[in-house]
Write a protein that binds this ligand. Sequence first.
Ligand code: UDP
Ligand code: MG
Length: 328
Amino acid sequence: MRVGVSVVIPVFNEQEGLTQLFERLYPALDALGRSYEIVFVDDGSADGSVALLREQYQRRPDVTRVVVLARNAGQHRAILAAFAYARGDYVITLDADLQNPPEEIAKLVAAMDAGADYVGTVRVRRQDVLWRKAASRLMNRLREGTTSIRISDQGCMLRGYDRSVIDAVNRCTEVSTYVPALAYTFARHPVEIEVAHAERTVGQSKYSLLRLIRLNFDLMTGFSVAPLQFFSMSGIVIAFLSLVFVAYLAIRRLVMGPEAEGVFTLFGIAFFLIGMALLGLGVVGEYVGRIYEQVRQRPRYTVAAVLGGDAEPVQLPERRRTAREAQE
Ligand code: UDP
Ligand code: MG
C-alpha cells in the first residue's frame, strides 16, 4: 500500500514531550488533505517512550506505525531503520522534541509538489546554545570546502525526500552515515527553504559534545577524503622544506664549522611536526575504523518489534541496470 506522505520521527528517551508532539503533529497532518503515515522509531529508549508510542498506536492505528529498535543505534541509523519501513511518496523527517514545528511540514510538501526531490531547511533564528551555533558554522565551512554537498544548515533534521531518493538511500549499506548528506548525493532537484525553530522546552539534548564530534567525523570521512589529502599534501611540503634545510645546514657546517645554538627552536619545530604526525595518524585511524566497522558487516540496527503495517521492510523496486551491465 502506498501513502502520500510518511513522517519519520526518531525517539530516544523523549517521554516528557511526546504527548505534546502528538497533540500538534496529528492535526497538522490531517490538515494536509492527503494520505499519510507517521513512522515513529524508538531508538532504544529506557524511559516510558515506548509505552507512550504504543498507546498512541492504539489511538490512531490507521496512520501510526512504530518501529522499536532493540538497542540505541543513534539518530541517523534509527532514521535509516524507519526509511526501510516508510511507504510514502514523500518522506519527511522530524525531531521528536518539537524544535522543528510540525506545522512547517506543509511547506516541505508544497516544495516537493513543485518538483523538488530533496527539501533542505534553514532555521530562521536558530534557538540553540551559542557554542553549538558556532561549531555548526565552522563545520559548514569545512564541509563546503571539502565536499560537493551543499547544505546551508546541516543540523536541521526537518527535511523532505522524494521516494526515488529514499529508494536510493535504502540501497546503501554504509554503517556510519549522515542521512541528509547521503540523501543529497542522490538528489537531482535539491532546494532549501526556511523554517521556524523553537527552543527545546522539555527533556534534554541527546547529543553530548563527544557524540557531536563523532557525528561530524561521520560527515567528513563519509563523504570526502580531503582530510587524508591534506596530510599527504602537507607531508610533501614539509619533506621538501626539510630537504632545503638539510642542504643549508650541510653547507653551513663546511663553511662555518659546528654550531649548537637554536636548540629550543629546533624543539619547537620538532614538537609541531610530532603533533601534526599524531593528528594525521588519528585521521587515518578514523577512516580505518570505519572500514573495519564496514567489513565486519554487522547489522546497523536490530528491529525488536513493528506496530502497524507490514512487519517486513518495504520491498525495493528492481534497480535499473547501468549501461555497462546491460551490455554484458
Ligand atoms: N535521537 C535518537 N537517538 C539518539 C539521539 C537522538 O533517536 O541516539 C533523536 C531524539 O529523540 C530527537 C532527535 O533524535 O528526536 C534529535 O535529538 P536532539 O533533540 O537531542 O538533538 P539536538 O536537537 O540537540 O541536535
Ligand atoms: Mg533537538
